[in-house]
Write a protein that binds this ligand. Sequence first.
Ligand SMILES: [Zn+2]
Length: 143
Amino acid sequence: MSRFKVTKQIEFCYGHRLLNYDGKCKHLHGHNGLLEIVVSTESLDSRGMVIDFGDIKDVVKGWVDTNMDHRMILSKDDPILNILLDLNEPVYVMDENPTAENIAKHIHEEAQKAGLEILETRLWETPSSYASYSPANADERGG
Ligand SMILES: [Zn+2]
């Protein structure tokens, strides 16, 4: 089965720290993150496209800019959370540890809720390291 795929890159900045982890990411720090949103269909629309790149940008960049860009992304269990909230620092709270894997999954699911059918979401945390998420049924989706 042949498929078409398009990938849109979206940059954003975020801070985080990981709980139950021994390493650099244990302490508060920031990343210049690069998202890659992959959309795939079996056939093209009347314009000859999988999807307009601008439509991916509108949904994903819109959500990320509002919720995660230039914020600390923290676990709800992080003891520093209440201190930052008291100081009116911008935070985004996750149920899980804010690893690149979990952030990618979270953005993927929020974009799906907004109506974007995504094959895979990748989050480059550094220029050499990315984590990706794709739901189990992603390959079966066709357009
Ligand atoms: Zn980190």
